[in-house]
Design a protein around this ligand. Structure first.
Ligand code: NAD
Length: 481
């Protein structure tokens, strides 16, 4: 079934004229949805509608805003199967992963529904003569949210829900590769009774709609997730136009494997982190940094893991789905050539899959490279595909150094049975998320998330209470009677 969505501006679904088909990356004959190709003029209209709604939405008591968010969560829950299927059809990830992501979006709406009720300030003791001293939190105003395609429902949810909870109005621009489930969140908010203008959706190219949102005078706060190249530009544009901004970007995430670890368990952890979501996660494990004492054993085990994955259509609950687009597939294949030309050894995979159902999609077999030197491009640059570089190190210190010797700093993990290595890794790891004995992917929604170095502008964090802080400012009140 093909769904049709328009832009949603000021409480109305409105077309832009030009439209685009969103197709299934596992089967190009399957048209998932038709969405508008919005223009800068549509972005202007959406910002105007959002600006007009700030008094009504920002002035509404927090518990009432929370009730609308809770109802939105309920509506998403009632459509969970449909959402998961749509997500798999437009992004490609296996249905089980899509179901998990949709549940996460539902939980995010429930979580921030309660946070809207609790959100407030603090009361302090005033100095002599003054009657009151307190802080009060206020919404920033109009929030522009720009999101990527790889978590097409979770990321819009973790930006929209906190922005709305504290009383901002929102314009969201999802990525054009997978905008449908983001539009379905907006549909649920509409059905839940959100006032006109509080949420607005424009589906359009980043170069036009995204640019306009990040520079528009009436936008107060910009939250971006995507690639480092675009994020750095968005941040520069937004902040030079006086806006509060955050950009969460790419990663090149390591898992260090120490000899005390159960090697099979380590291979399962790394394999799941590297190939889950076809390696298209900002937190995907792309480097296994392995102590030389267990290097060969680990390599054999992780190659077995990769070769055991059944590659196919996510709707059939395959072990790994396709790349989201031909361009992304071409990007991975290019890195596989680069790695080989630099002297890394391709142990398995890395081939475009053809024949039968594969001909209609963007399929690749998961790749494992050995003999990887830390300074090779395959060990330094984000590939954004199912490509794992396995790097040998002689001891723990070398492992930490290789893990840190990188432009990115999003998520890092260690697999070890030694508490002193755990502790030291947590201390020395240059990354926003550090994990022990688990994969670099997978996040809890009620703790902050963000990176260091080129993974984030590191201005604010997302999720948990940090999400509320980004979308609000503090007013300090001195009261005299
Ligand atoms: P992208 O940077 O190509 O696009 C992200 C969004 O920015 C899209 O909506 C796009 O249309 C928009 N955009 C493009 N040009 C723009 C411009 N000039 N101005 C404003 N907006 C513009 O990224 P992508 O390919 O959609 O996503 C993959 C990337 O996202 C990877 O690098 C991945 O690591 C990163 N990512 C990071 C996180 C995180 O939380 N750190 C989470 C998921 C994905």
């Amino acid at each position: 079934m093909t769904q049709t969505y328009e832009n949603y501006i000021g409480g109305e679904w409105t077309g832009s004229g030009e439209t685009q088909d969103v197709t299934n990356p596992a089967d190009e004959t399957d048209v998932v949805s038709t969405v508008p190709v919005a223009s800068a003029a549509d972005a202007d209209e959406a910002v105007a509608a959002a600006a007009e709604a700030t008094d009504e939405w920002g002035g509404m008591p927090g518990p009432e805003r929370g009730a609308i968010l809770r109802e939105t969560g309920e509506i998403l829950k009632s459509r969970k199967d449909e959402l998961a299927e749509t997500l798999t059809r437009e992004e490609g990830k296996p249905l089980g992963e899509a179901e998990g992501e949709v549940q996460r979006a539902i939980d995010i709406f429930y979580y921030y529904a309660e946070k809207a009720r609790d959100f407030g300030g603090t009361v302090k003791q005033p100095s002599g003569g003054r009657a009151g001293l307190q802080t009060k939190k206020e919404p920033m105003g109009v929030a522009a949210l720009i999101t990527p395609w790889n978590y097409p429902i979770a990321i819009p949810a973790w930006k929209i829900a906190p922005a709305l909870a504290v009383g901002n109005t929102v314009v969201i621009k999802p990525a054009m590769q997978a905008p449908t489930v983001g539009a379905m969140i907006v549909e649920a908010l509409d059905e839940a009774g959100i006032p006109d203008g509080a949420i607005n959706l424009v589906c359009g190219p980043g170069s036009e709609v995204g640019e306009r949102l990040t520079t528009h005078d009436d936008v107060d706060v910009v939250s971006f997730t995507g690639s480092a190249a675009v994020g750095e530009h968005v941040y520069e544009q937004a902040t030079s136009n006086g806006k509060r901004a955050q950009a969460e970007m790419g990663g090149k995430n390591p898992t260090v494997v120490m000899p005390s670890a159960d090697v099979d368990k380590a291979a399962d952890i790394v394999g799941a982190g590297a190939f889950g979501g076809t390696g298209q996660a900002c937190t995907a494990t792309s480097r296994a940094i392995v102590h030389e004492d267990v290097y060969d054993e680990f390599l054999d085990a992780v190659v077995d893991y990769a070769e055991s994955l059944e590659i196919g259509n996510g709707l059939d609950r395959a072990g790994m789905g396709p790349h989201v687009s031909e361009d992304e597939l071409a990007g991975s294949l290019e890195y596989i050539d680069i790695a080989q030309s630099e002297g890394a050894t391709l142990e398995t995979g890395g081939e475009e899959l053809t024949g039968g159902e594969y001909d209609a999609g963007n399929f690749i077999s998961p790749a494992v490279f050995s003999d990887v030197e830390p300074d090779m491009r395959i060990a330094q640059e984000e590939v954004f595909g199912p490509v794992l570089a396995v790097i040998p190190v002689s001891d723990f210190d070398a492992g930490v150094e290789v893990a840190n010797d990188i432009d990115y700093g999003l998520s890092a993990s260690i697999v070890t049975d030694r508490i002193e290595e755990e502790n030291e890794f947590i201390e020395r790891s240059e990354s926003g998320v550090v994990k022990v004995n688990e994969k670099t992917t997978g996040l809890e929604l009620h703790v902050p998330f963000g990176g260091l170095k080129r993974s984030s502008t590191n201005t604010y964090r997302e999720q948990g209470d940090a999400g509320l802080e980004f979308f609000s400012y503090i007013k300090t009140v001195y009261r005299n009677s």
